[in-house]
Design a protein around this ligand. Structure first.
Ligand SMILES: C[S@@+](CC[C@H](N)C(=O)[O-])C[C@H]1O[C@@H](n2cnc3c(N)ncnc32)[C@H](O)[C@@H]1O
Length: 233
């Protein structure tokens, strides 16, 4: 793989390590439920062209590709080890490809995608505004962005995670996202909380939430889903 011209080396190394030690393989089991809820809200059309930002091992991109038989899905990730894991599982899909790149420098033409999805990735981004401007650039007029995160001021239990991150993260509220959307030119932004319906069985996922009441509250509050639209021209 050719190394992208600009990328965040610290994030690349952190998530390459996740891919190599197997942490990223466990993510699908934890994220699938709220991603399915998100897909229902996205009103996906067979010819949609969808960008997945921070695609990891590519499971959500493969799911998206199954929903857009006349369209295209591009999964993008800063970690080349993630992209290497994503590519083989998708060899049979002719409407899916994976690219190694930083979302702050998306190697794609402007106004191409009708939708962009970003799952449990946005809070890692070094400069969220640059990233949103890049997503805006590659979205077609009328296209929409969908960002879903547990880590937010809306789920206060996730504050417990903060000391455990090995890279800097952004703790934002729905209001903060609203301001970001506005400053990048997006309109019609909206927010939903998606309660966590994933099985409460994997101790490693909940290792920083040992109090059962906190864990219940974490699951009740769930993930913050934010969406906004690039205006029609
Ligand atoms: C917590 S993982 C989530 C992966 C996937 N969305 C999932 O749910 O399984 C975060 C992902 O975001 C990617 N990522 C982090 N910063 C990025 C950036 N600046 N540009 C592109 N991808 C990035 C990481 O490499 C990692 O694969």
């Amino acid at each position: 793989m050719d190394k992208p011209a600009a990328m965040n080396e610290k994030l690349r190394q952190e998530f390459n390590q996740w891919a190599l030690d197997g942490r990223s393989s466990a993510l699908e089991a934890h994220h699938r439920c709220f991603v399915e809820d998100t897909l229902q809200l996205m009103n996906i059309q067979p010819a949609d062209r969808i960008l997945e930002v921070g695609c990891g091992e590519g499971w959500a991109s493969r799911r998206l590709a199954s929903l857009v038989p006349e369209g295209l899905v591009v999964g993008l990730d800063v970690a080349d080890e993630m992209v290497s894991k994503a590519r083989p599982g998708s060899a049979a899909c002719d409407n899916l490809l994976f690219v190694w790149a930083d979302v702050e420098a998306i190697p794609w033409q402007e106004k191409f995608f009708s939708k962009a999805l970003c799952v449990e990735t946005f809070y890692y981004l070094e400069n969220p505004e640059n990233a949103l401007r890049e997503i805006f650039r590659v979205l077609s007029p009328g296209g929409s962005v969908w960002i879903v995160n547990h880590l937010s001021k809306e789920n206060e239990i996730t504050l417990r995670w903060l000391p455990h991150f090995r890279v800097p993260v952004n703790l934002l509220s729905a209001e903060d996202y609203g301001k970001l959307f506005e400053s990048c030119g997006f309109q019609e932004y909206a927010f939903h909380m998606i309660p966590d319906r994933t099985p409460d069985s994997d101790a490693s996922y909940y290792q920083h939430l040992t109090d059962p009441d906190e864990r219940r509250r974490f699951r009740e509050l769930g993930a913050l889903l934010m969406t906004a639209r690039r205006p029609e021209e």
